[in-house]
Design a binder for this molecule. Structure first.
Ligand code: C5P
Length: 223
């Protein structure tokens, strides 16, 4: 394998309701992070997996994941991008491709990692899995007044794993002055091209309680 995968898993998961850090919530009896790392490790291109865990849980997360796959676990930070930066810092310079994958997208299949890695290997600086937007999207003022309807044919909902030529991701993180919600966003600010590959319904982000119910059902559909 020529790929390192960085897994930010240090978020609290407030939108999921009270309980453990999100990556440690259970789906079919196993933490989301275990599901995510199992599928990550199943991708043949993956040489190294680095997980950013809640600082208090670094040792417990290492013990949890060791039976699943060889992993390096680091302490995450206050924001998602701090967690990604902490994990990126331990990826050796000789690994040319880095994928960033949210633990919350715990059912993203190994094939999706391969699709993203292949597009980086083929020459792209930055690659994101994306799906068409199904809802009609409105731009709305703070008082609820509709300002207009966005042309959804030009919109995409973006997932992880997002793939990068390693030096491009490092430069994007070094230059990032303000918050970004995904790593490709930081690359866009550098003025570098980002390309899309087809995403996967299985790569949904478990965010709200309904998503856990959906993910439980998706587990029964996996091939
Ligand atoms: O909160 P959200 O669902 O957007 O988080 C996306 C991913 O980033 C999750 O896997 C979460 O654990 C991770 N994260 C992190 N460090 C933070 C906040 C979020 O690793 N400080």
């Amino acid at each position: 394998g020529d790929v390192a995968v960085v897994v930010p898993a240090a978020g609290a998961g407030v939108r999921l309701g009270p309980g453990a850090p999100k990556a440690l919530r259970l789906l079919d009896g196993e933490p989301l992070l275990v599901h995510a790392v199992r599928r990550t490790a199943a991708a043949p291109s993956v040489r190294m997996i680095v997980v950013a865990a809640p600082p208090a849980d670094v040792e417990a997360v290492h013990a949890l994941l060791s039976p699943v796959a060889p992993v390096v676990v680091v302490a995450g930070g206050a924001e998602r991008q701090d967690s990604v930066a902490a994990a990126l810092a331990v990826v050796p310079e000789d690994i040319g491709i880095v994928l960033v994958h949210d633990a919350a997208r715990c059912l993203a299949p190994a094939e999706l990692f391969e699709r993203v890695a292949a597009a980086v290997r083929a020459g792209a600086d930055a690659v994101i899995p994306a799906l068409p937007v199904v809802d009609t999207i409105k731009e709305v003022a703070a008082d609820g007044t509709v300002l207009g309807t966005v042309d959804r044919s030009v919109l995409r909902a973006v997932q992880t794993p997002q793939g990068f030529r390693a030096p491009v991701l490092r430069a994007a993180h070094a230059a990032a002055a303000d918050l970004h919600t995904d790593d490709a966003g930081a690359v866009e600010k550098l003025g570098r091209p980002v390309i899309c590959v087809p995403g996967s319904d299985f790569a949904l982000k478990v965010t709200r309680p309904l998503d856990l119910a959906l993910a439980t059902h998706l587990l029964t559909l996996e091939s």
